[in-house]
Design a protein around this ligand. Structure first.
Ligand code: COA
Length: 327
């Protein structure tokens, strides 16, 4: 049997600065009660001024290498999932590669928004299966605070900053990535946008800030998409793994909104106690949400060796993806 990508270590970083619902009440016309009822989020972490995605990615990288007990020189590849890179070039993965001294590693950034970590894990799994690479560092890192329109109450309540990382290596037994699915709906991409070079008067006018780089979203369209995508991706990945939902100990979803997770759980016929949730503390950290949730699920003993989990993401693009992983 071909080896599969096995997660052998985890590490994460979140900034210490908190943005609470009470803070947001002073910034826009909203309330703690509304935010908790509609999203489940109570607070988010916000990077200090001058701290970028690569800075947080670097801390997460150092922590995961230490937890793995391997040196940076042993890495073959660094994959960074991010939608909020410091700059267009060099990429976040190249910045991290240089700073940790991973002289033997290739470095690639991936932008599939909130699906980023699952996309990167899926790609890493292919490299491990073919035997092309042995040790891959995967990081999801985001400074969504830099993309958020803090004058728009529809979106500013949702997002936070952070970075999570894992090391994957070839499996020896029955652990590792058992099944994956990735998908996209480019037509639906218009429902969640942030602009770089392109000028678009209509899009700019939608933003309260008037800044085309800030994120604009049709919240109810994205909400409907997300519930469908999460349920569909989970079902398909479990099928590809040759398993049924009864074989799954825990689902670790992208932490966008408690209502999305509840909606998907209902569609799947899975109790909420099989869903891992930490969004109340961090909000939506895009590609950093799943690896940080994974770290906390392990750290709290909620997931242990031998367990089988589904990691499932969905978001801008529009994109979605799920991976069934045995630890
Ligand atoms: N505080 C108070 N009221 C708010 C508000 C806020 N922060 N944000 C929006 N509202 C208002 C709206 O203006 C609207 O008022 P109106 O009826 O007078 O027009 C009302 O609340 C209902 O808005 P609606 O958009 O229908 O609410 P919703 O139940 O869809 O919740 C979101 C809004 C943004 C929380 C929800 O759509 C959502 O979470 N969408 C998915 C977002 C997401 O996770 N995206 C990333 C995916 S990776």
């Amino acid at each position: 049997m071909l080896p599969r990508a096995k997660i052998t270590a985890m590490g994460y970083y979140v900034p210490s600065r908190r943005l609470t619902n009470a803070d947001l009440e002073k910034m826009v016309d909203t309330s703690d009660e509304w935010i908790v009822r509609r999203t489940g989020i109570k607070e988010r972490r916000i990077a200090e001024k001058g701290v970028y995605a690569s800075d947080m990615a670097l801390i997460a990288a150092k922590r995961v290498l230490e937890n793995a007990g391997i040196s940076a020189q042993e890495l073959d590849l660094i994959l960074v999932a991010t939608t909020t890179p410091d700059m267009f070039t060099p990429s976040v993965s190249c910045i991290v590669q240089g700073k940790i001294g991973a002289a033997n590693a290739a470095a690639i950034d991936i932008n599939t928004a909130c699906t980023g970590f699952v996309s990167a894990l899926t790609i890493a799994n292919q490299f491990i299966k073919t035997g092309y690479y042995q040790k891959i560092l995967i990081i999801g890192a985001e400074t969504l605070s830099l993309m958020t329109d803090y004058q728009d109450r529809n979106t500013c309540i949702l997002f936070g900053d952070g970075a999570g990382a894992v090391i994957v290596e070839p499996s020896e037994g029955d652990e590792g990535v058992l099944g994956t699915v990735l998908g996209a709906d480019g037509e639906g991409g218009k429902n969640l946008t942030s602009f770089a070079f392109k000028d678009d008067e209509e899009e700019t006018a939608k933003r309260v800030s008037g800044n085309k780089q800030t994120l604009w979203m049709d919240g109810s369209e994205v909400l409907k998409f997300a519930v469908r995508a999460m349920a569909k991706a989970t079902t398909e990945a479990v099928e590809k793994a040759g398993l049924t939902l009864d074989d799954i100990d825990i689902i670790i979803p992208h932490q966008a909104n408690i209502r999305i997770v509840e909606g998907a759980a209902k569609r799947l016929g899975v109790d909420m106690d099989r869903m891992f949730i930490n969004l109340e503390k961090y909000g939506n950290m895009a590609s950093a949400s799943i690896p940080i949730a994974l770290c906390e699920a392990f750290g709290s003993g909620r997931v242990k060796k031998g367990d089988t989990a589904v990691l499932v993401g969905f978001g801008g693009g529009l994109t979605w993806g799920a991976a069934v992983v045995r630890f």
